[in-house]
Design a protein around this ligand. Structure first.
Ligand code: ZN
Length: 168
């Protein structure tokens, strides 16, 4: 899955958390931005990802980690959550949860690709919905289904949720 798709999914996941938590309106822009950024973090393990190429330790992470393994797991999501709570102890809980939801959205939608991800790391299995769902419900990265349909559907839901928060 590509960066813009993950950013959109991260924003939508953050919106769901913000809406379900009845977060004050002032938190929404920050929470949605955190969800977008967190949504692209797991791909730091990919050499051509946005963060890998821009962060000082990005290329090191790319060399040390196998793509779609540790960073794409439930364990990594939990560690990310604990890290944020340690890093930002004064930040409201709902914003931390929005960021964690953004991160976890990445872990949840990558299995729509045949490569899947190592959801239960350190257990070795790669998890992919493509084993049980046919195309176009599952698709390859950069496939027209991702770029034209899935990503635009996510962006539409992101916009509709901001315009009409009662949708969640
Ligand atoms: Zn990924």
């Amino acid at each position: 899955m590509m960066g813009p798709t993950h950013a959109a999914a991260g924003m939508l996941a953050a919106e769901i958390v913000l809406g379900a938590s009845h977060a004050p309106p002032i938190y929404w822009p920050i929470g949605i931005a955190l969800g977008a950024v967190a949504g692209i973090i797991p791909d730091i393990d990919h050499p051509s990802s946005f963060l890998n190429q821009r962060l000082p330790l990005g290329s090191t992470a790319g060399m040390a980690l196998n793509h779609r393994h540790f960073t794409h797991s439930i364990v990594a999501t939990i560690l990310f959550s604990l890290y944020l709570r340690w890093l930002w102890p004064m930040v409201p809980e709902v914003l931390i949860n929005a960021a964690v939801a953004g991160y976890f959205s990445h872990v949840l939608i990558d299995p729509l690709n045949p490569e899947g991800d190592q959801l239960l790391w350190p257990l070795p299995w790669m998890f992919s919905f493509s084993r049980i769902l046919p195309y176009p419900l599952t698709f390859s990265t950069e496939d027209r289904m991702e770029i034209v349909i899935f990503r635009n559907a996510l962006w539409l839901m992101v916009i509709l949720t901001v315009v009409r928060p009662t949708l969640i």
